[in-house]
Ligand binder design. Structure first.
Ligand code: SF4
Length: 355
């Protein structure tokens, strides 16, 4: 972990199908499928794509009883633990743990009654499944939502405390907590308060309804990045209005920027300027694209000219410093050879393969 970061809070470890959330375990990356859960084949295909993209666990909605058989198949064949997303119907939550869900995500406020919530808690306890208590600004209980003297973060924290106390009083401690809002300042204030009030409960971070690829990436990076830098958060989901496979790379990018967890190479590339004498932007983009599936924890530099190029390229494991229509290829600080502009990407990737 980077020395600049505050120490990570030590929350209670919760096992989700063998993946540990909290307790000092690596921050867990997750996302959610957008296929019809009744279509097991399509959903499993997307689960595998998400696992390939870096998800440690994947959430799947279970909206109706007819999807239960398919959900069971998905749990049985998934390469990663499956979380069932349940709203309103406590019987679906019970069916989900019986079908193999490693964790449930419920908002206890929309399950109907404490008796029904207790039935879900007991079923999860019996099956060894964890539960995420998912409080959301858009669906707060009316007795809390209507209290105009409270700020939104105060309402989210009040609702969270009530549910956590209830679960723990029933003897169920395999809980992860989220309290999501679409505003970044609200998210930061809420999670800071939760980590103060409930320091032992693992927190699932997310900015909900964060928006499209660009806006959602910015909001999630700022909101979750601030919290993670303060040692808050044990798992995260970046929510984007985009193909779900776009989400894990952003989550990993946030973790890698902060030095919390590393999955693949770091690309250092300059912004280009009037000194650049090669077409650097498509070169850097192609290198980034080809590095997406790489898992070596190396640094790769793509630099436009001799001003900062040789320095950055020699600091990296592999790098290029470009000149007029050509580039010098560096490996561990030594010049390997001069290469033509057209060969930069292929030569760079070949050198990475030789590491
Ligand atoms: S490395 Fe060279 S080309 Fe790139 S921004 Fe700096 S001065 Fe410009």
């Amino acid at each position: 972990m980077s020395e600049q970061l505050l120490p990570r809070d030590r929350t209670r470890p919760v096992s989700v199908g063998g993946v540990t959330i909290g307790g000092g375990a690596p921050v867990v990356v997750q996302s959610m499928t957008c296929t019809d859960t009744a279509d097991a084949e399509a959903t499993l295909k997307q689960v595998r794509q998400l696992a390939q993209a870096g998800c440690d666990i994947v959430r799947v909605t279970l909206p109706r009883a007819e999807a239960c058989d398919s959900f069971r198949t998905i749990c049985a064949q998934s390469p990663v633990p499956i979380v069932a997303d349940i709203h309103f119907d406590y019987r679906l939550a019970i069916a989900a743990v019986e079908a193999g869900a490693a964790k449930l995500r419920i908002n206890p406020g929309n399950i109907g009654s404490w008796e029904r919530v207790d039935a879900v808690i007991d079923a999860a306890g019996e099956a060894g499944a964890a539960i995420r208590i998912g409080v959301n600004a858009g669906s707060l209980e009316s007795d809390i939502a209507e209290r105009s003297e409270l700020t939104l973060p105060e309402k989210l924290v009040m609702s969270s405390l009530k549910f956590v106390e209830h679960f723990e009083a029933r003897g169920f401690t395999d809980i992860v907590l989220s309290a999501k809002a679409h505003s970044v300042p609200t998210t930061i204030e809420t999670y800071r308060a939760l980590s103060r009030e409930l320091p032992h409960v693992p927190l699932h971070l997310g900015v909900t309804e964060a928006g499209t690829l660009r806006q959602g990436t910015i909001k999630s990076s700022v909101g979750l990045g601030v919290l993670l830098a303060e040692g808050i958060g044990d798992t995260l989901r970046v929510s984007l209005t985009a193909d779900p496979t776009e989400e894990p790379p952003v989550a990993w990018g946030i973790l890698e920027c902060l030095g919390i967890r590393r999955r693949g190479p770091e690309l250092v590339s300059c912004p280009t300027c009037g000194r650049t004498q090669v077409d650097l932007i498509p070169i850097a983009q192609e290198v980034e694209r080809r590095l997406l599936s790489a898992t070596k924890p190396i640094t790769v530099a793509v630099m436009g000219c001799v001003v900062n190029g040789p320095g950055e390229a020699s600091d990296a494991d592999v790098g290029v410093a470009c000149g007029k229509g050509s580039a010098l290829l560096f490996r561990h600080g030594e010049v390997v050879r001069k290469i033509a502009e057209a060969d930069i990407v292929d030569e760079l990737m070949a050198e990475i393969d030789r590491l």
